[in-house]
Design a binder for this molecule. Sequence first.
Ligand SMILES: NC(=O)c1ccc[n+]([C@@H]2O[C@H](COP(=O)([O-])OP(=O)(O)OC[C@H]3O[C@@H](n4cnc5c(N)ncnc54)[C@H](O)[C@@H]3O)[C@@H](O)[C@H]2O)c1
Ligand SMILES: CC(C)[C@H](C(=O)O)[C@@H](O)C(=O)O
Length: 347
Amino acid sequence: MSLRIALLPGDGIGPDVTYATVEVLKALESKTPELSFEFHEQAVGAAEYLRSGSPLPEEAFEACRAADAVLLGAMGLPDVRWPDGKEMTPQIDLRERLDLYAGLRPIKLYHPDDSPLKGYGSERPIDFVLVRESTEGLFSARLNQADSGGDESRDVMRITRRGAERVCRKAFELARKRRKKCTLVDKANVLPSMVFFRRIFDEVGEEFPDVTREHVYVDAMALFMVRKPDAYDVIVTENMFGDILSDLAAGIVGGMGMAPSGDVGNDCGIFQPSHGTAPDIAGKDIANPVATILSAAMMLDWLGHADPADRIESAVSRVLADPSKRTPDMNGKLGTAEMTAAVIAEL
Ligand SMILES: NC(=O)c1ccc[n+]([C@@H]2O[C@H](COP(=O)([O-])OP(=O)(O)OC[C@H]3O[C@@H](n4cnc5c(N)ncnc54)[C@H](O)[C@@H]3O)[C@@H](O)[C@H]2O)c1
Ligand SMILES: CC(C)[C@H](C(=O)O)[C@@H](O)C(=O)O
């Protein structure tokens, strides 16, 4: 049976890394009789807004809903904004409308040379997953008027019992399959919403007596991620803290080009690199495709194809074992197409 994949290349380097990843998936398909893909490409993003007036046309949304999974590049351009000053963010609309409450952001160091931190590698691995709540938190204020011309503007952090319970449960379930440690990142020393989140985390944690749990304040986590990233297994946090910390985390394993992600709910999943559209390097064949290729591996795993997913991840890992095989963002000389070809050769 064919897997129906909605393909949303988006803006900037989105198409560069998406089409590179489609090449990898096609190569895998040609070697795997039980695997076949149907790609349904949709125009979504800032360029689509300029063309049609909508960054997420209804037809594209329906195609995402009907697909087995969605593979997305990146969306948004800093100069393309709504009249109120905010950027278009169809990826957030998709998370909210499809109820993709768990943003899974694995952080893994493949080669010691790729980290700005010293002393990490096979002996002392950096290997954790940040689980970002993706449907509420501080982001729930995003649809408020950006600037009403008054003297004040407020963004309210919204945490619901349902939202906190389900993301914490997802994090504990993941930790149970990994090294059985789950860390909540909050700001429960100051914010009432975070005291509430912590209480729910502890309640859900009672269902997982085999998983060690701990709490860390978000400011301290910004320090610990740099000082002792090997201390973490699964980290769960609200939307905005997860947005910020996942970029910091990408920075300790080689940068945004090394950070895959999956936004998953109970029935739908969207897989995309954590990075943006990088307009500074778009269309130059220098974007790092690794984050998107690893996101496609996460997609296959989520679709129940663990073996092909492992084959992609192992191929990436073998390529990265050779420090000369890097794109310019990681001080290498390979272009997007050459890096993609190297992964395909390892498949
Ligand atoms: N998920 C998404 O679609 C997403 C995520 C973040 C930002 N954005 C949007 O992207 C635009 C640019 O945002 P930004 O500059 O803050 O973040 P960005 O992630 O696009 O770029 C940050 C830096 O990382 C580099 N970079 C990012 N991905 C790379 C890759 N694959 N290979 C090599 N270098 C890479 C860029 O060149 C830049 O120097 C904005 O419009 C923003 O809203 C979209
Ligand atoms: C571009 C932006 C809307 C998006 C977010 O804030 O979720 C990005 O930063 C991410 O991490 O996926």
